[in-house]
Design a protein around this ligand. Structure first.
Ligand code: A3P
Length: 296
């Protein structure tokens, strides 16, 4: 179990126009100076959009065959360092990434696109952005904040939902995040924009999309192996993928691998909350060509 010296929940504050907590801003200078490599693969997401799922897929596509013991002995957050983290008592995300000897490096970030260190763009590193529909994303984020003590106190569901709509949660507005990354993708062919709902609907097809984007051609047997390893229940029971080695999360409150479903929002939103959310959503999404499925 990795022990972090976390004593109380952090406060949210405005950081260059985005709501953040100190764990993701304390190392800002070094993060901005981070030296990306051309073969780095950056996995970018709004929190709770399926980061761990894509991370496990990409890690296994590269190392599942050549380093099979890796997935059984190294937790996902070490195989795929979280770039902007600075947790007391643990190596910083930049230190973990800098010390990686395996290649390519697969690196995770929750940064809005304007915070990404410029060397990723200068080096033409490939980026996989994964987005999830706002309603399921909000539900997943609420349960995550309940169980994870490095997050601000979520309060009850109605108050969390109000704050989610306004972007008063860590890493800011869902709307700004998904739309600004979508715009960046329109002008940068090194970004693959994926959806949680598509990955849930047809995992094989989406793994094939990832392989094409990365320019790799694993055999059918290798792809099938990866497909089996990234099944929700397999990952939920895999200690190296389910975050059970992290001391600041209380799985008795809610497990990290919670439900893994599209449409769980229907079990949380009241009719009034749904109508109110839809009205706000239409306004916020009026200026984009980006569309989400909320059920499959
Ligand atoms: P739920 O809380 O809705 O269950 P992240 O990795 O970005 O923190 O996202 C976590 C969310 O992705 C959780 O959603 C988790 O259950 C879901 N998830 C993780 N692995 C998954 C998988 N293999 N299949 C489906 N969903 C998965």
């Amino acid at each position: 179990m990795e022990e972090m010296a976390v004593r109380s929940r952090p406060e949210l504050f405005d950081f260059h126009g985005v709501s953040m907590v100190n764990y993701f801003t304390d190392n800002w200078e070094d993060v901005q100076k981070f030296k990306a490599r051309p073969d780095d693969i950056l996995i970018a997401t709004y929190p709770k959009a399926g980061t761990t799922w894509v991370s496990q897929i990409v890690d296994l596509l590269y190392f599942g065959k050549t380093l099979p013991e890796r997935k059984d002995s190294i937790p996902i957050h070490e195989r795929v360092p979280f770039l902007e983290t600075s947790f007391p008592g643990l190596p910083r995300g930049t230190e973990l990434a800098d010390s990686m000897t395996s290649s390519p490096r697969v690196i995770k970030t929750h940064f809005p696109v304007q915070f990404v260190p410029k060397s990723f763009w200068e080096q033409n590193s490939r980026v996989i952005y994964m987005a999830r529909n706002a309603k399921d994303n909000a539900v997943s984020y609420f349960h995550f904040d309940r169980m994870n003590f490095v997050e601000p106190e979520p309060g009850d569901w109605p108050s969390f939902l109000q704050r989610f709509k306004k972007g008063d949660v860590v890493f800011g507005s869902w709307y700004d995040h998904v739309k600004n990354w979508w715009e960046k993708k329109e002008i940068n062919s090194n970004i693959l924009y994926m959806f949680y709902e598509d990955l849930a609907e047809d995992t094989d097809r989406e793994i094939n999309r990832i392989c094409s984007f990365l320019g790799i051609s694993p055999s059918k047997e290798e792809r099938d192996y990866v497909r089996g390893q990234v099944d929700f229940n397999t990952m939920k029971n895999n200690r190296m993928a389910n975050y059970s080695t992290i001391s600041v999360m209380d799985f008795k409150i809610s497990p990290f691998m919670r439900k893994g479903k599209v449409g769980d929002w229907k079990n949380h939103f009241t009719v009034a909350q749904n109508e109110d959310f839809d009205e706000d959503y239409q306004k916020n999404m009026a200026n984009t060509t980006l569309h989400f499925k909320t059920e499959i």
